[in-house]
Write a protein that binds this ligand. Structure first.
Ligand code: ADP
Length: 347
């Protein structure tokens, strides 16, 4: 767990007044339902942001950490929290109790580790090519740090791969080290479902909380153009998420939806003990053979959970009342306090 030690966090937790716990997070990403859900379950809440402005504040700052501990805070990590605080700081300097497994955050952030989790669990993933010369069908080429799919491209042969790489190099978009690190995988022609789950470490149970699909620029605008015009303009699409649509998946696919989550949960127990803890998301593509193929995971609350702040069709089936991901987190913390098992869900 980096330089932050679980024993130290448990010491801090032992000093907390459990009747006065505050649920805290950084003011961004999924914080609206994290706090709404916390209130719904009767907790006090705190949000870290710069006074007067809705921009992120340095949450790793010692004063902020002290203030958080003083209010018995349990911090809920989300995508922006990790991005702004920095993974190294979260592992080495953030001495405030956090909900979930701190160690798993690195496993979702690094492509090799993320892949290892999926391979170990035998989850169906896009076929990976080790060398461009092996390209024998449409592939998606991804680069490190190319957030939002900027610069990602599709190619169908080694020649097309080389031509596109050369064009990008000529424009100064890539250098040799990027090309070395290029990740080449099978292009899955299918529909996108980002599936949000909650793993209860208290009950050793996975719950399906909701699903969304992404609305990505420029690709989703691009495909509204007639095919002839798409061919005429020389535009390489990017996949920058600009919003999300709530979704439900074909009912007969639900067994696969549960199966991939159970597999990931088991592999995480082996590779990054004690495993997943709380929200996670599997980003999938479903092809016309009705296979659910996972191309990415998040091991914390994912932005797509904002599509079900008042509950989803799936969380409704389980709970029969509005249950956002934020509220589910708060409920787990409440159960942890009631059963005196907070140490199972805090790091
Ligand atoms: P990033 O995390 O850098 O934004 P992703 O891996 O999520 O990149 O990919 C961005 C988008 O590209 C996805 O939302 C999806 O639409 C598309 N995509 C990713 N991998 C594949 C694939 N193997 N086949 C087809 N489309 C893909």
């Amino acid at each position: 767990m980096g330089e932050v030690k679980k024993e130290d966090i448990l010491d801090i937790l032992a000093g907390y007044d459990k009747s006065e716990i505050t649920i805290a997070t950084l003011g961004s990403h999924t914080s609206l339902h994290i706090l709404q859900g916390a209130k719904e379950e009767g907790f006090r809440t705190a949000i870290v942001c710069e006074k007067g402005r809705e921009v992120p504040y340095d949450i790793v700052n010692e004063d902020v950490q002290q203030q958080l501990r003083d209010m018995n805070a349990i911090v809920v990590p989300h995508g922006s929290f990790v991005a702004y605080a920095g993974l190294d700081n979260v592992e080495d300097k953030f001495n405030v109790p956090m909900f979930g497994n701190r160690d798993v955050l690195r496993w979702e952030a690094e492509r090799d580790k993320e892949r290892a989790l999926l391979v170990e669990g035998d989850v169906r993933i896009p076929f990976k090519y080790n060398d461009p010369s092996e390209i024998d069908r449409p592939v998606m080429v991804k680069f490190p740090g190319a957030r939002g799919g900027r610069g990602y491209f599709v190619a169908s042969s080694p020649e097309e791969f080389d031509a596109k790489i050369d064009a990008m190099k000529a424009r100064g978009w890539l250098d040799d080290s990027d090309v070395e690190a290029a990740h080449i995988e099978e292009y899955v022609s299918g529909c996108n479902y980002c599936i949000h789950y909650f793993y209860s470490a208290l009950d050793d149970k996975v719950e399906l909380m909701g699903m969304d699909t992404r609305y990505e620029s420029s690709i989703d605008g691009f495909v509204r153009m007639p095919a002839k015009d798409q061919l005429d303009i020389d535009l390489s699409p990017s996949y920058v998420v600009t919003g999300n649509h709530p979704a439900v998946i074909r009912e007969s696919l639900l067994p696969q939806v549960f199966d991939i989550a159970d597999k990931l949960t088991e592999s995480a127990k082996k590779l990054v003990a004690p495993g997943l803890n709380g929200p996670f998301c599997m980003q999938t593509l479903v092809n016309d053979n009705l296979e659910v193929i996972c191309f990415e995971i998040s091991a914390r609350t994912d932005g797509g959970t904002n599509t079900f702040m008042d509950g989803s069709p799936y969380s409704y089936l389980t709970y029969g009342k509005p249950m956002s991901m934020g509220r589910r987190i708060a409920l787990e913390i409440k159960n942890g306090i009631e059963r005196d098992e907070l140490e199972k869900i805090i790091t």
